[in-house]
Design a protein around this ligand. Structure first.
Ligand code: FUB
Length: 327
């Protein structure tokens, strides 16, 4: 199915979509979103309302004026280890293969990250029999660096269970740090050459303020919540993410993909709906932000729609803040 596409408008309206991860593959922008289902669910902090069962892949034509839904690329029923909740995915290309990374709850209700592989960027993807050993939490974002190393960034608070993994083991009753303590950071692990496992245990990324001090857990305008994304611009690494409770997309920069990162500012102001989630991609010398809101459903948190907008930098490398509802 193909339909017209315009900046700041829902890319597709025949289904609800969220969490768009965009990449340029085979000369086009492919988008890997979550597929929100059209069912009524009470919203809670555990994210039970995000009860998704499959993934569709979208692509834009070269003029970014038409979008195609390539149909179902992976379904929960075909993933042996996963019980429920296919949340925000991402994709990467290596070894002449396309890899789809995705979080889901395992049979014990613990979020893990799986990988599925295919020969086309549009799928279908065949899942591995088990999740990536040592993976946990949600929102994987794959970043292939210039030296061909691939890093997987991930982690999300609350429903995403990141605070339950302090100390390396899952503790169901664990809570996050106190407001005056350093916030939890996203996790990163380098992927093995076959893209199916971590080369080493995931490490925590630190995000610092302008004075080099850790951003604190109570600093909800700047602290990491979920939805990490990595891109490189003018030789620097840009880590962007959602602030969750304050509903912004913000960013921090570093000279290394592993950090530490220094907080810089806001990329996207709050959208309609509770969650905000994004990706950033370069296409033909312009940069684009992909994001979602709940405008298509009139504000239902679990019925979202993906959109895109051009992203611009100032001369000093600062990203100009985007208003999701311009003029
Ligand atoms: O779509 C389910 C969850 O909502 C994602 O994993 C989070 O990033 C938030 O967008």
């Amino acid at each position: 199915m193909t339909r017209p596409a315009k900046p700041h408008e829902p890319l597709v309206t025949h289904m609800y979509t969220a969490d768009p991860s965009a990449h340029v593959f085979e000369g086009k922008i492919y988008i890997y979103p979550s597929h929100d289902l059209d069912h009524a669910r009470e919203s809670n902090d555990n994210g039970d309302q995000y009860d998704m069962e499959d993934y569709h892949v979208l692509s834009l034509d070269e003029s970014l004026s038409a979008v195609t839904d390539h149909g179902e690329a992976l379904h929960l029923r075909d993933i042996p280890w996963a019980k429920q909740q296919l949340w925000a995915p991402d994709a990467a290309f290596k070894n002449d293969t396309y890899y789809l990374f995705f979080p889901a709850r395992d049979q014990d209700g613990v979020f893990r990250i799986g990988v599925a592989a295919g020969k086309s960027p549009a799928g279908p993807f065949s899942p591995q029999p088990s999740y990536i050993p040592g993976s946990f939490s949600i929102d994987p974002a794959a970043f292939v660096d210039g030296d061909d190393r691939t890093y997987l960034y991930f982690g999300g608070l609350w429903g995403g269970q990141l605070e339950k993994w302090q100390g390396g083991a899952f503790r169901p009753d664990a809570e996050g740090p106190a407001a005056t303590e350093p916030a939890l950071g996203p996790r990163v692990a380098e992927l093995s050459d076959d893209m199916l496992s971590f080369k080493e245990a995931a490490r925590e990324i630190s995000i610092l303020d302008e004075d080099g001090k850790p951003i604190l857990a109570g600093d909800e305008d700047r602290r990491y919540f979920e939805g990490p994304w990595m891109h490189r611009y003018n030789g620097l690494y840009y880590l962007s993410y959602s602030t969750g409770t304050t509903h912004k997309i913000v960013y921090a920069v570093s000279e290394s993909p592993l950090g530490p990162f220094t907080f810089k500012g806001t990329i996207l102001t709050p959208v309609i709906g509770w969650t905000t989630h994004h990706s950033i991609v370069r296409f033909r010398d312009k940069w684009y932000l992909f994001y979602h809101d709940s405008s298509l459903s009139g504000g239902a948190d679990n019925k979202r729609c993906v959109k895109f907008a051009e992203l611009r930098y100032d001369e000093d490398g600062a990203i100009r803040t985007i208003d999701p509802y311009p003029g």
